[in-house]
Design a protein around this ligand. Sequence first.
Ligand code: IPD
Ligand code: CA
Ligand code: CA
Ligand code: CA
Length: 282
Amino acid sequence: MPGLWQDAMDHAVTLARKAGEIVRDALQNDLKIMCKSSSVDLVTKTDQNVEQLIITSVKEKFPEHSFIGEESVAAGEPCVLTDNPTWIIDPVDGTTNFVHGYPFVAISIGFAVNKTLEFGVVYSCIEDKMYTARKGKGAFCNGQPLHVSDQKEINQSIIATEFGSNRDPEVVAKIFSSMRKILCLPVHGIRGVGSAAINMCLVASGCVEAYYEIGIHCWDMAAGAVIVSEAGGVLKDVEGGPLDLMSRRVVAANNEIIAERVIKEIEAFPAVRDDVPVNPTK
Ligand code: IPD
Ligand code: CA
Ligand code: CA
Ligand code: CA
């Protein structure tokens, strides 16, 4: 029986599929690549068009709802997550992949009410994998139920992380240092597909035990967080404690044991929160 927010979730799936077609088509044409805060922070006309398409369509259907969209948040302005039903949109997660034709690109749509995530939709559009999850109803990929890995040994795990787009030498050193410590545990491998949302869906699918990153945003992780938790996984801050969607840091793991083991090795660094004003060059 359809439940609360089912119509919104159905609409998110429809929009993600439509957006995926646009992204795939765009790969055949001139991508119109631009830089945002730095030379490694890329955006394309497609990122902007897809976000506009999603927001315009949602506004027509749900005029009372609010939005946080990566390409609509003005540089330096804080994102405000209120109690109002809010769509948290990353129109193209994996823009660098998209620009290079590296085949892991997703449309990520999370939905929160009273600051609690109600559903998540991640469409990995090159692979044609539609990941969906609604609070309390399980997680799915193309309609098949997902479950996290039952691995409890870190030394038999794959851990995913990303280098992000921060090129501050001190930050880069900490990222490498954490990866080195985790590799030396020794884990089976370190991976990262260049899309936070897909990394999280891989945790939910059971082929990656944990994913962590510092510096990502609420739109990178909102949808993936619901998918991981509905697949039986856990979400944490990189220094322990519960995930804070606005904190720009996440550990998504198959269970508490692996999460805590990974957290122990991470050299955390401060990331300016999504909900405070930020100097866009940082
Ligand atoms: C990025 C991707 C990448 C992660 C970055 C994100 P974008 O999102 O998710 O994997 O490392 O932190 O910003 O910019 O391609 O939407
Ligand atoms: Ca981006
Ligand atoms: Ca993203
Ligand atoms: Ca994006």
